[in-house]
Design a protein around this ligand. Structure first.
Ligand code: ASP
Length: 470
């Protein structure tokens, strides 16, 4: 590959080079045409002299055209240095230009941070919106964060395992996205709300230390800053206790900040651990904002909230697990007594606490996890408490219940959300700014125009009829 990046031109003074990129701007001075060429690595000034063979062509240059430039790198006159760009002390004396692709005037400006532009238009033209420097930086930093996490966990004996996207409903508290099966008419896959059951089954398989940069799907009503699909750092470990997981996450995030965001400072190390009750009593919130100065963009106040109640009553009056049914219930005095736990599940479930913990930063819940129930009788009792009929349980969760008959190590895990963490680290106002192709609050992709209708043949193959098309 002979393409060099603009950032590599600094070492090429006096040499002939070939560059590829986009026309960032053009300035005509009559006898001279100046244009700035941009690629992923930066911007460089190009000069076309009137007597150059490329002069005629350079008159056709418009912003955002894609071109190839051949020429010689030379040092600029000291008076003309531009300290704002990396290549501000050099320029290209152009010998030849080839226009590879024309470009119409863009529907949105891309030289600002973009906050001032209507978001629907930005999302419709997301492929142009992503050209802006701020979003390019967010994508690069997202890549760096994920790469750092992958390496960090790999060095500590974790392996990344991919789990299916076409799967079966998992009770993670939201509605499932369903995918109709053509080969098995009338049956549906569900997209995973999280890899929860698979990662627990991997513990039965003896993997011991699992992680995955996992895409999760939840069909929730539009509420705040949510996305129907989002990315979690999903972790599960065997033969550990709650504090092992909290320490692992604490260490990982201290190093993320040290290595990738050294300008930021963490308010308290070790990260404070508050019980759910303390958090509610002191801060009236289960995701307290413990920053000393809420205006300081570089302050990160991490904490863990532990000892959540096992269940809560929803607005519709239904009993719901605070985390999910796989979380281990426990008694108020931190003791574990199976008979008493089963009795409470049957008679006063709301009095039970659980081994759930949440990971919180600056007032946002950025992850949750728990130590899991490995006692089959308790798990069945939890499901019954939640209103599942015992006879349906094997149909819904038979894989897990049966697996627990074949030797299951004690295990637990956590799943910090990558999008929300990046939003905080990049000081962005919402998670859409750190996702390449996000959906609107109503779950629409304005660029691809999805969800969209499908044709009658597709529906027929699936055995689906749409009621009331309008
Ligand atoms: N599956 C859980 C969630 O998505 C995380 C966990 O319990 O590890 O919230």
């Amino acid at each position: 590959m002979k393409k060099i990046f603009i950032s590599e031109t600094l070492s090429k003074i006096g040499k002939k080079i070939e560059l590829f990129g986009w026309v960032n701007s053009v300035r005509s001075h009559g006898k001279l045409i100046f244009f700035d060429l941009r690629d992923r690595s930066g911007i460089i000034q190009c000069v076309v002299l009137k007597n150059a063979s490329a002069f005629e062509k350079s008159l056709k240059l418009r912003e955002e055209m894609v071109i190839r430039v051949r020429g010689k790198i030379q040092k600029r006159d000291e008076k003309l240095f531009n300290p704002k760009i990396l290549t501000g002390e050099i320029e290209v004396i152009v010998e030849d230009i080839q226009i590879l692709s024309e470009a119409k005037t863009l529907p949105i400006p891309i030289d600002s941070d973009g906050y001032e532009i209507n978001e629907e238009i930005r999302l419709k033209y997301r492929y142009l919106d992503l050209k802006r420097e701020r979003l390019q930086k967010n994508l690069v930093n997202r890549h760096r964060l994920i790469l750092f996490i992958r390496n960090w966990l790999s060095q500590r004996g974790f392996i990344e395992v991919e789990t299916p996207i076409l799967t079966k409903s998992t009770p993670e508290g939201a509605r499932d996205y369903l995918v109709p099966s053509r080969l098995h008419k009338g049956k549906f896959y569900a997209l995973p709300q999280s890899p929860q059951q698979y990662k627990q089954l991997l513990m039965v398989s003896g993997i011991e230390r699992y992680f995955q940069i996992a895409r999760c799907f939840r069909d929730e009503d539009p509420r705040g800053d949510r996305q129907p699909e989002f990315t979690q750092l999903d972790i599960e470990m065997s033969f550990i206790e709650k504090e092992d997981i909290l320490k692992l996450i604490e260490k990982l995030f201290i190093e993320i900040v040290e290595k990738l965001y050294p300008q930021k400072k963490i308010t308290s190390i070790p990260f404070p651990r508050l019980t759910y009750q303390e958090a509610i009593e002191k801060f009236k919130s289960d995701k307290p904002d413990l920053r000393k100065n809420k205006n300081d963009l570089n302050e990160l106040a991490f904490c863990f909230v532990v000892d959540f109640p096992m269940f809560e009553i929803l607005e519709d009056g239904n009993l719901n697990p605070m985390h999910h049914p796989f979380t281990q219930p426990k008694l108020k005095n931190d003791e574990f007594n199976k008979e008493i736990v089963i009795d409470k599940l049957r008679n006063e479930p709301l009095s039970l606490l659980s081994e759930q913990y949440d990971f919180v930063c600056n007032g946002y819940e950025i992850g949750g996890g728990s130590i899991r129930t490995i006692d089959k009788e308790i798990l069945i009792e939890v499901f019954k408490t939640l209103g599942h009929k015992e006879k349906d349980l094997y149909q819904k969760f038979g894989h897990l219940l049966e697996a627990f008959d074949y030797g299951v190590p004690p295990h637990g895990g956590i799943a910090p959300g990558i999008d929300r963490i990046l939003m905080i680290l990049e000081n962005e106002p919402n998670i859409r700014e750190v996702i390449a192709f996000p959906k609107t609050g109503e779950g629409r992709d304005l660029m691809m125009n999805s969800p969209s209708e499908v044709n009658d043949i597709q529906l027929k193959e699936l055995g689906i009829e749409i009621e009331n098309k309008n």
